[in-house]
Structure formats: C-alpha cells, structure tokens
Design a binder for this molecule. Structure first.
Ligand code: ME8
Length: 670
C-alpha cells in the first residue's frame, strides 16, 4: 500500500513551545498534506517527551509533582497545533501506558537478543543534556552546551551494545544516499562513525537517583534512559509490537533539527537493527532558527512565541514565511521585518493582488462567471506550459524537502500570471469589444489560479480553502483525497465555464509597519550626515582633483549625488549569483566575514565582506548572494578578497541583495 508516515521530535515539556518547535511541526504538517495531495495514505505523529531529570527539576521549581507538571505543558503543545492549522493524526506522550508497555517490550527484545549488558561506568553527567560527557568532550571542564560544571557520577548501569552495529550502520548510510538528508548531515554522521569515538550506550539510571522513568522489565531497581525511551515513541504510537498500524505505516520518515542528529542517526537505527525491525526511510534534518542572527534563548528575552505570530499575522502567512524563508538544512534568521517583508511582497503584492484584480475583472466583464475559452494563442500556451512546469517542479522539490525552492518555482508562475494580465490588458480587449479573446484570457488566469491554490494547500490550508471557494470550487469535494496532484499537472482544465466566482478578494492585506518615530528620525539624520560626508569627500577627491559635476539630466543621479556612467562602464562589471558554502568570522577583523561562495566556477571563491555585525556566520551558509567578481583582488588584514557581495544599507542596518527567482549559481546579473 502507498503510505507515508511522518514524525516530529517529541518535545520536552520543560518549557513552553517556541518558534523552533512550531517550525518542525508546521513542516511535518505541510509534508503530510503534500503526500495526501499526492494521493498517499498518510499518518502524521507529534507528541511530548515527559521523562528524565530535567522534567523532575522543572516540576520541583514550580512546586508540582512531575505528572501534574507534564500534564500542564503537554496540554499547551496540544492546544497550540490547531492554532497553526496543524492537523496531526496522533499525539504521543511518553507517560501513556501504551508507550510504557511498548518500551518495555522493546527493551526485553533487545535484552533477549544479548545486546544489553550490566557494567560499571563513570562519567561527567550534565543534567541539562541528560547525558554523560567524556573528559575530551568537555570544554575547560564545562558542558559545551550549558557551560555548567557537570557532576562526576560513577555507578553500575545497563548498556546497549551499540558498537556492535556501527560498521553495519556506516555501510547502510553509504548505500542509501538519502537515508539522512540533506547531504551535509549525512557527511557529518559518517565522519562521526569514522572518528571511532562512539561507544556502547548507557541506557539505564538507578532508581536511587531517578524514579521518573520507565522501569526496566529485567531489573526493577532501574529506569530507562530518557533517549532510549523517547525514540521508541515512533513505533509505540503505531501500536508496536502488535498494532495493525505498525504493519500499515512503518517504515516512516522523521523530521528533526541538527541538535538531535546523533540520537536519530546513530542510536535509533542501531536500536531498530538490534530489535530486528526495518529501518526508517529518511531522516530529514533542518537547521536552526536564529532571532536576528542570535541564538534564541529565555535569558536573552528573544524567544519567539508562535501563537503570538499566528495572532498578529495569521497562521497561513506565518506558515508560508517559515517554509519559504528557511532553506531546509541551513540556519535562518527570524525578525518581524523579514516576516512582514515576505508577507507584503509574496502574499499581498503577488498572490493576493492576482486574485483581487482577476476576480474584480471577471465580475466587471463576465458577471462573475467563468467564461468559456476559445482557441489558445502563443501567450496562453506559454502560461499553460509554465503552469505544468511550475507544478511539476513544486511537487518534485517539495517531495525532496526543498520547500523554499518549491515555493519559489510556484511563485514564478504567480509572477508570470501578473505579467500576463499586464501584457494581455483585459481592459483594452474589453474596450475594443474583443470578447472572445477577453474570455480566453480570463479563463487562462482563473484556471491557473485554481491550480496554484491547490498546490498551496500543504502550506496555507485555510487560505487555500478561501481561494478555492472564491473560484467557485466546492472545497469539501475539491481538497484531498479527490485531486491527486499528478493528475492536475497537464493542461489548463479543471474549471467549468459558467461556474460562479467571487466578486472581490482580499486574501492578504498589506501590513503597514508603524515605525517608531524616534528611531526613524535618528536613521534619517544618520543617512543625511553620511550622504553629506560622502559628497564632501567626492568634491575634494573628484577625478584628479576635479570636482564632480552634478548630473543635469538624470534625476536618479542627482538624488544619489553621483555622476552618470556610460553603458560600457556598466557592462564592464562582472556581477553574478552564487551560494555561500562557508562563512566564518575573519580571524583579525571583527566586522568582516570570510565567505567561500560557489559561482559555478568549479571551485568556490573567497570574498571578505563587512557583514559580521548583521549576519551570524551560520545564518549565511546556504544563502544566495549577488556579487561583483571582477574587482581588483584586495588583501584585508592578511586575507585576500576576490570580489564584493552586494548589500543594501541605510547607514544603520544592512541586508543582502535578494534574488527574485531561482537562478543557478554563476548566473549573470545585468
Ligand atoms: O530534543 N530552530 O526535545 P526539544 C529550529 N525531547 N528548530 C528548533 C529550534 C530552533 N531554534 N529549537 C528547537 C528534544 N527546535 C527531545 C526529542 S525525539 C525522540 C526526542 C525543534 O524540546 C527542533 O525540531 O529540545 C529540535 O530538534 C527540537 O525542537 C528539539 O526539541
């Protein structure tokens, strides 16, 4: 049977849900919806991880029993998901009796297979991470994650013979290139395996130290290590060992961030192997959301609350932003400005505007009924082809966890439809009384809009419903399981002439950002001063002392204060698109990042750029940039720079120049 099973991590209940949790869960929801749209029998699981020291400590802080405490926070996670239009089929809690029974069966099975032994172990235990560190792993004697001193604990414990399965795991990863994806995380796991640093896994905690956990079936004085317990959720929720859903949906695929790569890429596959169970299909690993390029943390007070975002901007727009802004696998930076920018550009200007203008013209020219098209001309056929290509690309990229690129290819269609409106000028056809041609143009637009709306169901389910309703499509009958995406990728059909459509549409109103007047005033003054200084410097320097002539003809040049250049000078610039492969701080200059950028030249090019105060190095990796390549190479504090990355700045802030389309590395900017 054609099934698709997707999981998120089960989240710790020691803190409230934040942007990071929302991202993973929204992505999983979008994947589940996409596979439903592709006609698959889909199951989507999320849940909460409720055992372990951390939880006990957090409960104690609030003066609650662990159970009372976990019930409260787990309920918060469960309440959040519908507010983000997340429609998980199951919600697993590790305190569920069915999960507990499943974990005990699993432990017994691995024990009976001879893969669990009893031994003595001493190590540096960090309560924050719930794990032991070796001497080598500590940084100045501190836990590298929490920068706190771990406690040295020596005790007898049970161990899982993980090392026995590591050679098999390496081979499995080598033979299955998409077992862990994207590639960078696969490489990371392979080098972890090659390093030889991995050992057997301690899987118990003595009850004398911790009672909040699942009792080992073969020793009642011990509870199970929280990670061993937690990973089993992925099959306990399917009723393993006896549930019919296990037969039906396993193997599935997992979605996690890079922070929990090791347990998912090393512990879990070896556990499955020892228990004689099939391996998962894919481990999909994404990067971290930073907030204004800084790590999100309670102490910095910059934690982004997903519920607040959904309330302020709408769940659809928030979901769109999450999927569009983060290139799966790389880190991304969150800010209100970035969110508003995306909403205004992609949703209000491109998509919303398309619906609004096409529906109001259909009302005006055809009384809000879908007109019957006549013969397609070249322009119509080009839209029909583009629609099929955009849908195919969207589908392929989305299925390949490249959500941002998938949406970008769909937006190529949205933007082309807006251009088609401009070039076909329905108002002129109407004026000329050319109703046949007008009917065809309006039909092409409405039919392509319907296809676009269908593709967007995984990303913006509520807005998709509204779009389909506005196009006169009975949503209950239209949405899955009825239209299978594949069948919609051909010609511009699917709309019955005569169908009634909405008279107007206002799907995504533009968001006006109210600027703090004091901040705006300061920025304006700084800008004016910078401009005056620049002009003065130019007047002094000129060309061999000659003052620069203000431009007489071009207004733009007069505004910038710079002289016009001739076309040949402009043509001499070699400007290209590239992808940042490596980004790190310049060892001798605080404000400068050292970038290695792929411009399709066969090997990456090193460029130094004054971006360090505006972008964290990890947020730069994977970004598409525009750059001038044929600047004279320059040495800056000991390192060579072979070009310049283009940015836009107002004296205070600086942003990279963004591309409005998905062009390959090395594409020329002209
Ligand atoms: O690790 N950016 O739970 P957890 C993106 N209970 N995603 C983020 C993020 C960020 N800044 N912060 C958190 C645990 N996440 C274990 C999992 S699974 C068997 C047990 C998301 O509450 C991301 O999915 O610490 C990450 O992997 C997960 O939350 C960690 O959640």
């Amino acid at each position: 049977m054609n099934t698709f099973f997707i999981t998120t991590p089960i989240y710790y209940v020691n803190a409230r849900p934040h942007l990071g949790h929302a991202y993973t869960t929204v992505v999983a929801d979008a994947m589940a919806r996409y596979h439903k749209l592709a006609g698959q029998d889909t199951l989507f699981l999320t849940g909460t991880d409720e055992h372990g020291d951390k939880i006990v400590q957090a409960a104690e802080k609030e003066g609650k029993s662990p159970k009372e405490f976990v019930d409260g926070i787990s309920a918060r996670f469960q309440a959040l998901w519908p507010r983000l239009d997340v429609a998980n089929d199951r919600f697993v809690r590790t305190t569920d009796p069915t999960h507990v029974a499943s974990v005990q069966s699993f432990l017994q099975k691995v024990y009976d297979a001879g893969d669990i032994y009893f031994g003595e172990f001493g190590g540096h235990y960090c309560y924050g991470c719930e794990r032991f560190y070796t001497e080598k792993e500590l940084e100045n004697g501190l836990c590298p994650q929490h920068l706190s001193k771990p406690e040295f604990i020596s005790e007898k414990n049970y161990f899982f013979r993980m090392s026995k399965y590591l050679p098999w795991l390496k081979e499995h990863i080598e033979q299955n290139p998409t077992f862990i994806r994207p590639e960078r995380y696969r490489t990371e796991v392979l080098s972890m395996l090659e390093s030889g640093a991995l050992e057997d896994l301690c899987i118990s905690r003595p009850k004398s130290r911790l009672t909040w956990g699942i009792e080992l079936p073969f020793d009642k004085d011990y509870v199970c290590y929280v990670w061993f317990d937690a990973l089993i959720n992925y099959i306990s929720a399917l009723g393993w060992p006896d549930g019919a859903d296990f037969e039906r949906y396993w193997p599935g695929e997992h979605l996690v961030a890079k922070d929990i790569l090791k347990p998912h890429a090393v512990f879990w596959p070896t556990m499955l192997k020892s228990a004689g169970l099939p391996q998962y299909r894919h481990l999909n690993v994404h990067g971290y959301w930073l907030v204004r390029d800084t790590k999100m943390s309670k102490s910095l007070g910059n934690v982004v609350e997903p519920e607040e975002m959904a309330q302020r901007f709408g769940a659809d727009a928030f979901r769109y932003f999450l999927l569009r802004e983060m290139h799966f696998g790389s880190d991304a930076s969150f800010s209100d400005e970035a969110l508003v920018g995306r909403i205004n550009a992609d949703l209000a200007n491109d998509l919303g505007n398309l619906f609004s203008r096409v529906l109001s013209m259909t009302a005006k020219y055809f009384g809000s009924r879908v007109p019957a098209p006549k013969q397609f001309d070249e322009a119509d056929k080009a839209i029909e082809d583009l629609c099929a290509t955009a849908m195919r690309n969207f589908s392929q990229l989305f299925g390949n966890v490249q959500f941002a690129q998938g949406l970008e290819s769909l937006w190529e269609l949205v933007r082309a439809l807006n251009k088609y409106v401009d070039s076909q000028a329905p108002w002129a056809l109407h004026k000329q009384g050319n109703m046949e041609r007008l009917a065809t143009v309006m039909y092409v637009l409405l039919a392509a809009m319907r296809k676009t709306a269908l593709c967007l169901w995984p990303v913006m389910p509520v807005a998709c419903g509204k779009m389909l309703e506005q196009l006169g499509q009975p949503v209950q009958e239209t949405l899955p399981p009825v239209p299978v995406l594949e069948e919609e990728m051909g010609s511009l059909d699917g709309l019955v002439p005569g169908t009634g459509v909405a008279e107007a549409s206002n799907l995504f109103p533009r968001i006006e950002v109210k600027k703090d007047p004091a901040v705006a005033e300061k920025a304006k003054a700084a800008k004016a001063q910078a401009k005056a200084e620049k002009n003065a410097a130019r007047q002094q320097k000129g060309d061999g002392g000659k003052p620069v002539e203000p431009c007489a003809s071009g207004d733009d040049a007069a505004v910038s204060g710079r002289p016009n250049i001739d076309f040949d000078h402009f043509k001499a610039l070699d400007m290209r698109v590239g992808t940042v492969l490596v980004a790190e701080k310049h060892p001798n200059a605080d404000r400068i990042l050292r970038l290695e950028i792929d411009f399709g030249e066969g090997q990456p090019r090193q460029i130094l750029s004054g971006l360090a105060e505006h972008y964290a190095p990890e947020a730069m990796v994977g970004k598409r940039v525009c750059a001038v390549l044929n600047l004279e190479p320059r040495k800056i504090r000991g390192l060579m720079s072979h070009g310049m990355v283009l940015t836009a700045g107002d004296g205070n802030s600086l942003t990279l120049l963004a591309l409005d389309g998905n062009m390959p590395d090395g594409s020329e900017i002209a």
